[in-house]
Write a protein that binds this ligand. Structure first.
Ligand SMILES: Cc1cc2nc3c(=O)[nH]c(=O)nc-3n(C[C@H](O)[C@H](O)[C@H](O)COP(=O)(O)O)c2cc1C
Length: 366
């Protein structure tokens, strides 16, 4: 497999590998810094990033914005030259404030999914001006369907005369929240499937075709990264054969020494069997993928799990109506309280059988 560097706006990563953002508290400065240090793109998730700050319960937003800078500085100290950025969910409340904090901290790239980042070019330009930055970070929307790709590309073209610097195409085998309806998931991924389905390959081809039409219009390339279920060299190779310029990998990095999660979270991945990985309905309506545990059994049994006062994470949430609080459940995961947690994972996470280093994982992929 020929390994070509990945150009991202004004920056370049030596390896065409992005470590996918993982909230809450799974991909922070340590993991991102380690990946960037090895030549990949290290991504910090801003989702409730300040959960360890002493004032998090009182002022979640303030704690989170402070932690954006702290985690970026940690990653940068581990990798002074590497490409380091943030994953910011569009569904986050105060999305623009996270974007501003990420730009100010010095992000090289901002990757945004869980909704379409329609006005990210405007938000980033304003933030870069405010911060006195000479160069803007690279901008990368995450899409899962051709329709989503078309909508965001067309809007950026018409409103901002601009292309994304990278498009992340996240397929049905990914972890965390998924960008599909339940029906689309059935169409694109049979239960227990380890490889990209034929139906989803067709969707990827359609996305690439749409991308090509905008590339022609601007005479400039838009690199595309494929994500979801890529856990070995063969799958990485397949992604490049399909036309990708890069891969985005998340689950494989959970079971690394450098991953920011508690060791018990990493062990839950190692213990999990294929049958333990299930599709769950997140309280905010989107489907997600996670490990079946006591917490999942309670939720699937229809139990209403009491929650802490709202930390105002997602604007699609109505705290009075939810069966459980996603912030509580994901913070429990990061802290290693694994039986009371929502353990997000990709479809192939069960295959991991040991803790590795970031370097070992990267060598096994590329
Ligand atoms: C534990 C976990 C948390 C995740 N959190 C986020 C997130 O906060 N925002 C996001 O856009 N994607 C999130 N993802 C998706 C990943 O960034 C990535 O695109 C996807 O999991 C790739 O598939 P893989 O895990 O099979 O490699 C998460 C994935 C996992 C496994």
């Amino acid at each position: 497999m020929e390994i070509k560097p990945l150009k991202l706006g004004t920056r370049e990563a030596r390896l065409p590998l992005i470590q996918g953002g993982m909230g809450v508290g799974i991909s922070l400065g340590r993991l991102a810094g380690a990946v960037a240090g090895e030549g990949g793109v290290g991504i910090i998730s801003t989702a409730q990033i300040g959960f360890r700050e002493p004032d998090f319960d009182r002022d979640s937003l303030g704690a989170n914005l402070r932690a954006v800078k702290k985690e970026f500085d940690k990653a940068r100290s581990l990798s002074p030259e590497g490409v380091i950025g943030f994953n910011i969910m569009v569904a986050s409340r105060c999305y623009e404030e996270y974007v501003r904090a990420a730009v100010k901290a010095g992000a090289d790239i901002i990757i945004s999914g869980a909704g379409l980042p329609m006005d990210l070019p405007r938000d980033v330009s304003e933030a870069a001006r405010e911060a006195g930055r000479e160069t803007e970070p690279a901008l990368a929307p995450i899409v899962s369907t051709e329709k989503a790709a078309r909508v965001v590309l067309r809007y950026w073209d018409r409103k901002y005369r601009r292309l994304p610097d990278l498009l992340v195409v996240e397929g049905p085998l990914a972890g965390g929240h998924l960008g599909f309806t339940g029906e689309q998931l059935e169409q694109f991924a049979a239960p227990g499937q380890a490889d990209i389905s034929h139906a989803y390959e067709e969707e990827i081809r359609a996305i690439l075709q749409t991308v090509r039409s905008f590339e022609e219009k601007y005479g400039r390339k838009i690199p595309v990264a494929l994500a979801g279920g890529i856990d070995n060299r063969e799958k990485a190779q397949k992604a490049f054969q399909l036309g990708a310029d890069a891969i985005q990998v998340a689950s494989r990095f959970v079971t690394t020494e450098e991953c920011d999660a508690d060791i018990r979270y990493k062990e839950a991945y190692i213990r999990a069997g294929k049958e333990d990985i299930v599709i769950v309905k997140s309280p905010v309506g989107m489907p997600g993928r996670a490990i079946r545990n006591r917490f999942m059994e309670r939720v699937m049994g229809g139990e209403q799990i009491p929650h802490s006062p709202c930390h105002k994470c997602l604007h699609t949430c109505n705290p009075a109506k939810i069966p459980y609080c996603i912030t509580d459940a994901l913070i429990c995961a990061a802290k290693g309280e694994v039986e009371d947690a929502l353990l997000f994972c990709g479809a192939n996470a069960w295959k991991t059988d040991r803790i590795e280093t970031v370097r070992e994982v990267i060598e096994s992929l590329l």
